[in-house]
Design a protein. Structure first.
Length: 160
């Protein structure tokens, strides 16, 4: 088996081999000869190293990282929107379920029957007089809500 010289392999890798028959024989020879294949791959590797160094700009890494960060931020925003949409959907489903189960109607019928709760008061002695400090903002809120519900629900006596 005849081997080709380094100059011939260099010309082959650079595409300077003009004769198509010789080029075909060299390709077939690469399939059979490991030594020539190693020589050919050495030329290809050095050519690729030089070529790749010329193509990549110094800002390449910074540009790629900037695009990756922008993509990650976009994905984070999308996932936050999806999570918020999920919470809204869950709240809507829970509200519909409570409404269909009659929980709200049951509350409007039951709460007026609860005996009136006296406001909690704390008497603090002051100089020669007593002042009253009111507690129970939640009780006042509940009373206001009850009055609102009473105004919204029609009386049963009026219906009959």
């Amino acid at each position: 088996m005849t081997h080709y010289t380094r100059q011939e392999w260099k010309a082959f890798t650079e595409g300077r081999t003009a004769d198509e028959k010789k080029r075909g024989k060299m390709e077939e020879h690469l399939l059979a000869c490991d030594e020539c294949l190693n020589e050919y791959l050495t030329f290809i590797a050095t050519k690729q190293e030089v070529f790749s160094g010329m193509q990549i700009s110094p800002q390449f890494t910074a540009q790629v990282m900037q695009k990756i960060n922008a993509y990650a931020a976009q994905k984070k925003k999308e996932s936050a929107k999806k999570r918020l949409l999920f919470y809204y959907a869950a709240a809507a489903c829970l509200t519909l379920w409570l409404t269909s189960a009659g929980i709200f109607r049951h509350l409007t019928e039951t709460i007026p029957e609860i005996p009136e709760i006296k406001e909690n008061r704390l008497i603090i002695p002051a100089a020669r007089e007593q002042s009253v400090l009111k507690f129970g903002w939640s009780d006042r809120l509940m009373n206001n809500a009850l009055h609102l519900l009473d105004a919204l629900t029609p009386d049963e006596e009026v219906r009959e």
